[in-house]
Write a protein that binds this ligand. Structure first.
Ligand code: NAI
Length: 302
């Protein structure tokens, strides 16, 4: 097995003061990356804050002989995002790798969810992805190199009770990726998304103890770190992982059914009649962009 090295690379990991972000940072640094450890050090619901979480991880990296610097900005403002990127540029001269990992939870069943629960979760996960990725990508573009990892969740991809805000924000990472992968590929910037699973402060108490102890955060590291490497040439993919299981996840469309002739009206009853065939995912596949999926309707165009 040839080794993956990040010698000469500069990485930003958001929300890296604990949980998965800490594990990613330690491994990147061990492999030679200079790491900006970002974390505002708040509680799970996003309140509070402090420098100690990020500082501790920086100290761990330095104790192991690596290079790192802490940043305490929130990812959820453009000012914060720009400052996180500036920290990398000021200390290490550039940005090659960005792992958008910061996150909070404000779980509540949908009918009881407050506007604040919605807004704050969207602000950290979705706005945060925009606010850090745009300034980072501008620097990556200058160097014609970049690897970006976004963090989704099966909560959004498949659904999880009590997480309408979180699920929406997490699935939105996929939409965000699908667009920016196309815009950034010409600058040699690859963008992929991971859906991890781990026993961290985020999931503590939600997963039965027997299972939780098998969901070590470190088992999410190999996929995320590989996606950050120069060796990874794929872009626009989603990978789901848990306890050492790794799989590609994709948005797919089925072959579908063509009805009508692009002239005559189509009745709801015709859809009803063909509904089983329309619903079928037999031969379903992913598509590289929005245009190509419409090729399935071409039989109607001739
Ligand atoms: P964690 O709670 O241990 O780590 C998240 C970190 O983000 C915390 O240290 C927190 O202080 C930081 N953070 C929160 N808001 C921030 C902000 N505005 N700016 C900067 N930092 C901020 O949780 P964990 O499990 O390590 O989560 C990491 C990522 O993985 C999150 O995006 C989470 O949604 C995602 N995820 C985790 C899963 C799991 O099973 N643990 C499952 C699916 C997704």
């Amino acid at each position: 097995m040839s080794g993956i090295s990040f010698k000469g690379r500069v990485a930003i990991v958001t929300g890296a003061g604990g949980g998965l972000g800490r594990e990613y940072s330690l491994d990147l640094a061990k492999r030679g990356a200079k790491v900006v450890v970002n974390d505002l050090g708040g509680t799970l619901d996003g309140s509070g804050g402090g420098s100690s979480a990020a500082d501790k991880v920086v100290a761990e990296i330095k104790a192991a002989g690596g290079e790192a610097v802490a940043n305490y900005d929130s990812v959820s403002t453009m000012e914060g995002g720009k400052n996180i990127v500036k920290t990398a540029v000021d200390h290490f001269g550039k940005v090659d790798i960005l792992i958008n990992n910061a996150g909070i939870l404000r779980d509540r069943s949908f009918l009881k969810m407050t506007e604040a629960d919605w807004d704050q979760v969207i602000a950290v996960h979705l706005r945060g992805a925009f606010c850090v990725t745009q300034p980072a990508a501008l620097v990556m573009k200058e160097n014609n190199y970049g690897r970006i990892v976004l963090t989704a969740s099966t909560s959004g991809i498949y659904g999880n009770f009590g997480q309408a805000n979180y699920g929406a924000a997490k699935m939105a990472q996929v939409g965000f990726m699908n667009v920016i992968k196309q815009e950034l590929v010409k600058y040699n910037i690859k963008v992929n998304t991971v859906a991890p699973n781990a026993d961290t402060q985020m999931t503590r108490g939600l997963i039965p103890e027997e299972i939780a102890k098998k969901l070590k955060p470190k088992f999410n590291v190999p996929m995320t770190v590989y996606l950050c490497s120069e060796e990874n040439q794929d872009t626009g993919m989603i990978f789901t992982m848990s306890a050492g299981w790794f799989a590609r996840t994709a948005v797919v469309s089925g072959e579908g059914v063509c009805i009508g002739d692009t002239e005559r009206d189509i009745a709801a009853e015709e859809v009803m009649e063909q509904f089983e065939k329309i619903k079928s995912l037999e031969n379903a596949r992913p598509f590289p962009n929005a245009t190509e999926v419409y090729a399935l309707s071409y039989p109607l165009m001739v």
